[in-house]
Design a protein around this ligand. Structure first.
Ligand SMILES: [Zn+2]
Length: 151
């Protein structure tokens, strides 16, 4: 599998821009740490969301998973890239990588993971690079029913 990123600089910047626009919406009363994420579908539509914290530690949801859920709620299940924006470059947590990889199984394609900061710096790697040992579902035939996403 080629590791050359198919995304253009403009597409990456669009993902960072849309993720950054959710900053004011973050519900981060526990940590006061606002995280934003965007997700690019196979047919170049971008969805985004912010982190949502709970009063009970562990019940909140990372921005990345919220962005995935936003795309899924619009019938999109196949993704090219996920972008996280923070005040500085940070790694996406393992739980989110594991969550995203299920969708890599839907499309049977690797997903590009972009870590960006508010100054437009970014790093980009593949999901395979960040999570080489996957816990894969054995229900692959069930996943494939989602591979014809809304156009
Ligand atoms: Zn996470």
């Amino acid at each position: 599998m080629s590791t050359k990123c198919p995304l253009t600089e403009k597409e990456i910047k669009d993902m960072i821009k849309l993720a950054k626009e959710t900053r004011k919406n973050a519900f981060s009363h526990r940590s006061m740490h606002k995280i934003w994420a965007s997700i690019l579908t196979m047919n170049w539509k971008i969805f985004w969301w912010c982190n949502v914290e709970s009063a009970i530690s562990g019940l909140g949801t990372c921005a990345e998973r919220c962005a995935v859920d936003n795309a899924v709620s619009h019938w999109f299940y196949e993704f090219k890239a996920v972008c996280t924006v923070d005040t500085k470059l940070v790694a996406i947590c393992w739980a989110c990588l594991q969550y995203i990889l299920l969708f890599a199984q839907v499309s049977d394609k690797d997903i590009w993971i972009i870590s960006a900061d508010i100054k437009w710096n970014y790093q980009i790697k593949t999901l395979n690079q960040l999570l080489p040992e996957w816990y894969k579902t054995q229900k692959i035939e069930n996943l494939k029913t989602y591979s014809k996403q809304k156009k």
